[in-house]
Design a protein around this ligand. Structure first.
Ligand code: URA
Length: 425
């Protein structure tokens, strides 16, 4: 087997054989295939695609590159959720303790933000003392004793994906449906969850800009999960505007705690409950009421225990950025569009996100929204507040907000986009 023939097969729109796939993933993980060779193959896959058999084999080879976890010893059924990433997507924070409060065990291996989308671990690290890195034993202990754990995936889980994802990130090859599907599902299947709910985001702030692409990604991932014995369901959800009223690490933790306290923005509450209902159904838990668990404080109790079990202080004051800048509405009328991508870029430029994996993030940086599409606004009223520790970044962030919203004349009828656009099982 040689790598050039594998690259040529895909470059010439051929089908990779199972042997070629097993070999190239293993050789790349071992360092026998160079980054430039793998990036040529990734680009050929992005341009020419892979069929379902190739994707299934590619996923299996990435799983086989590392260890598999096992939650069979737990007394509760396991349910996990994965979001393909968006702006203001803090749903994991209230969702994991909520589903645990309803009787499932939630092993939530999460990632860091890159580019305009935030990362769950960066958000939680704004809580003083909280640790993302746990050994497998610690992770199982937190899961067993609190019902939920949110932590970084260990180095042993799908190492081929870790290496390949970092390479795709710097070679313009992230946005390939076969590579995204195999990347996400190799980690989820190796993690060993019994059931999985995928939140596939659609819109300007998501990887998938169209509902057709989102459906293709979702059905590919549902098939991969189901064929591996993981009960898998996908919701396609709107990411044309940010979720909730905040985008930025500590800002989003604060909003998540509001949701756990029975308040918070309606879109965050609605999506959290919709995903919780799917996770509980997939885990075979029929009689739970997630809305009640938010109202009666039981989800908040699990949150507090889960944060404390990972070294965090649930009562600590969250970091606040040193400087604020208010952006006002330029006209009166109905806000008909507030673009998720533009807000995500602004939050990132303010310091909430990173350009390279090793960059630090600012805990307090981000964007606070004072209106959402459908709201009536008055000229001069605050529309957004920008937060950062580095005020020289305000102009840079403001640059990304040019054209980020539309305000129509007062009285214009506004058709709200539903938060859940489709379901694929
Ligand atoms: N998230 C992943 O884990 N992998 C991808 O390829 C894209 C998003």
């Amino acid at each position: 087997m040689d790598v050039i023939s594998v690259i040529r097969t895909k470059r010439d729109k051929g089908e990779l054989s199972p042997e070629q796939i097993d070999w190239v993933i293993d050789a790349y993980t071992r360092g026998a295939v160079a980054d430039e060779q793998m990036s040529a193959l990734a680009m050929a896959i992005l341009l020419n695609g892979m069929n379902r058999d190739e994707i299934a084999r590619w996923t299996a080879a990435m799983i086989a590159s590392g260890e598999r976890m096992n939650f069979d010893a737990l007394s509760r059924p396991t349910a996990d959720k994965h979001s393909t990433g968006g702006v203001g997507d803090k749903i994991t924070l209230p969702l994991a303790p909520l589903v645990a409060a309803c009787g499932a065990a939630v092993p939530q291996l999460s990632g860091r933000g890159l580019g305009h989308t935030g990362g769950t671990l960066d958000k939680l690290e704004s809580i003083p003392g909280w640790r993302a890195l746990l050994s497998n034993e610690e992770m199982l202990h937190v899961l067993d004793t609190t019902g939920a754990v949110i932590c970084a995936a260990g180095d042993g889980l799908a190492p081929a994906d870790k290496k390949l994802y970092a390479l795709r990130d710097v070679t313009g090859t992230v946005e390939a449906i076969p590579l995204i599907a195999s990347s996400i599902m190799s980690k989820k299947i190796a993690e060993g969850t019994g059931s999985l709910v995928l939140d596939v985001k659609v819109g300007t702030g998501a990887f998938m800009k169209t509902i057709e692409d989102a459906r293709e990604l979702a059905s590919t991932m549902v098939a991969l999960g189901t064929d591996s014995g993981v009960r898998t369901v996908a919701l396609l959800t709107d990411m044309s505007t940010p979720l909730g009223l905040t985008a930025g690490n500590a800002l989003e933790v604060r909003e998540s705690v509001e949701v756990l306290a029975g308040g918070g923005p309606q879109d965050v509450v609605d999506l959290t409950i919709a995903l919780a209902a799917e996770m509980l159904a997939a885990a075979g838990i029929e009689d739970a009421d997630p809305a009640k668990a938010l109202r009666d404080g039981s989800a908040m109790d699990v949150w507090r225990r889960m944060i404390a079990a990972q070294g965090g202080d649930p009562d600590a004051t969250l970091p606040v950025a040193r400087e604020q800048h208010v952006v006002t509405a330029p006209a009166s009328g109905v806000l008909t569009r507030l673009d998720a991508y533009d807000i995500g870029i602004a939050a990132w430029r303010l310091g909430a996100g990173r350009a390279r994996k090793e960059d630090p993030v600012q805990a307090g940086a981000g964007v606070e929204l004072h209106a959402k599409p459908g709201d009536t606004v008055t000229a001069g009223q605050p529309l957004l507040t920008l937060h950062t520790d580095t005020p020289e970044k305000f102009d840079y962030a403001l640059g990304s907000l040019e054209g980020a919203w539309d305000i129509a004349p007062a009285g214009t009828e506004f058709q709200a986009t539903p938060i859940v656009l489709d379901r694929i099982a």
